[in-house]
Design a protein around this ligand. Sequence first.
Ligand SMILES: [Cu+2]
Length: 174
Amino acid sequence: MKNKRIFVVAAGLLLIGMSTFGFTNMHETRTIQLSIGGLHCEGCVAPVENGLKKVTGVSQAKLDFKTGIATLRFNEHNTPLSKLTLSVADIPHAMGSKMKYSARFMLPLQAGAGANAEKARKAVSAIKGVQKAEQNKNRLYITFHPKTADVTYDQISKAVQNAGVKINAHAGHH
Ligand SMILES: [Cu+2]
């Protein structure tokens, strides 16, 4: 009986230690960007920002109406990137149920990635759960299948880096 209690306490401490030093480092909080579709007017900004902030792992969300780009602080420890991106379609539209919001994950690549950008696009397209990866200038725009595997930021960044392309970490500061 006493041994069991000690075991429970030890297991608990181990879990706390792991979550402090292990898993939180594996899933760092990052600045990421989503390209939002279905924006009708500036009145759509607050509902989309608030909808994004409700997702577990999102600590900040700012949507620029002119560019349609939402900049988030996001930790995917509990929510994979694909789920976050897909969740935008579930935010009730400010103009009523006939309109819908949508989102594509926008990944900035290093300037001058050239032909490797196409390689990166293909590599990302091949990830199970990715519906479509499009390239425009130095950016990849990625959509996800609603019903297949979860896709994480780490999976995408690995695929891009394996294609010989660096991710532009300063994209949030335009
Ligand atoms: Cu609107």
